[in-house]
Design a protein. Structure first.
Length: 272
């Protein structure tokens, strides 16, 4: 398949530029620090490490993903190298899929290597470690990153301007990764004429909107695996059906499909 050649080249470029090795060092260092600092609180339950790591990953992994993806296409268009790439037997779909797969590997390897190295410290410093749940948590962290990577690449396909895609990609990170809950709360307050009591029991659509963010979906899935973290705010006896973990998983997948789909729709029709 032609996209494999694009993915291989993109991955090897990251190896040659030492991007991959720098990310491996960053994730190993970050997770080692979290593993050590977590047990200083006196708690030796592994959920303490998971809670701290989940919070750190919710900010750090999307940021790394945006940096990896936001210039994936627009840089090639600005430099003219995309015309050379497409002069080979590659379609535009091959080009996009290859970029997405190649950069997903550049993201996934550092996260998984970091979690693997941290597991040594976790076994030493914490009580019994549930191996399956730890593996699932590692994979979920990669999926979170992949969703933001898809958003960044999707935005990279929408414009030919490096400045616009930079503003859009980092704006998306701030909105979806940092301010999402606050923005939904602000919208609800405006619609309810600043009656703060509505936030105690928000309407179902507002709860769904809170959960729709990739970061909130990630927290919900981590909660389903370890029964800990911010996602516990949704787990009440009267919670609607869409707070279930399988819905959160579908939402993460939907972000990938939607972002790449919308971006490609514009990219496939635009002049290079």
């Amino acid at each position: 398949m032609n996209w494999r050649a694009i993915a291989r080249k993109d991955f090897l470029d990251s190896v040659r530029s030492r991007t991959l090795w720098a990310l491996v060092a960053l994730f190993v260092g970050l997770l080692a620090l979290i593993a050590y600092a977590g047990q200083l609180t006196g708690e030796t339950d592994v959920t303490q490490f998971v809670g701290f790591t989940g919070e750190a990953f919710a900010l750090f992994v999307p940021l790394v993903s945006v940096v990896l993806g936001y210039k994936a296409v627009v840089d090639e268009r600005e430099s003219g190298t995309i015309a050379l790439a497409l002069s080979f037997p590659h379609t535009r779909a091959d080009f996009v899929i290859g970029k997405f797969v190649g950069r997903s590997l550049v993201l996934a390897i550092p996260v998984l290597v970091g979690m693997l190295v941290a597991s040594v410290l976790v076994v030493v410093l914490y009580d019994s470690v549930p191996v399956f749940e730890y593996l699932v948590f590692s994979v979920l962290s990669v999926v979170l990153g992949v969703s933001f990577l898809a958003i960044a690449i999707g935005l990279s396909m929408l414009t030919t301007s490096g400045r616009r895609v930079t503003a859009g990609a980092f704006g998306a990170y701030i909105v979806l990764g940092v301010l999402w809950s606050e923005l939904i709360d602000a919208l609800v307050l405006i619609l309810w004429r600043f009656d703060a009591t509505v936030l105690v029991s928000p309407p179902e659509w507002a709860t769904f909107a809170q959960l729709a963010s990739p970061v909130e979906s990630y927290h919900r899935l981590v909660t389903a695996v370890f029964d800990t973290g911010p996602g516990t705010a949704y787990t009440t006896p009267d919670s609607p059906w869409f707070v279930d973990a399988w819905v959160a998983a579908l939402l993460l997948l939907a972000w990938v499909v939607f972002a790449l789909g919308v971006g490609y729709l514009r990219f496939s029709r635009s002049d290079l």
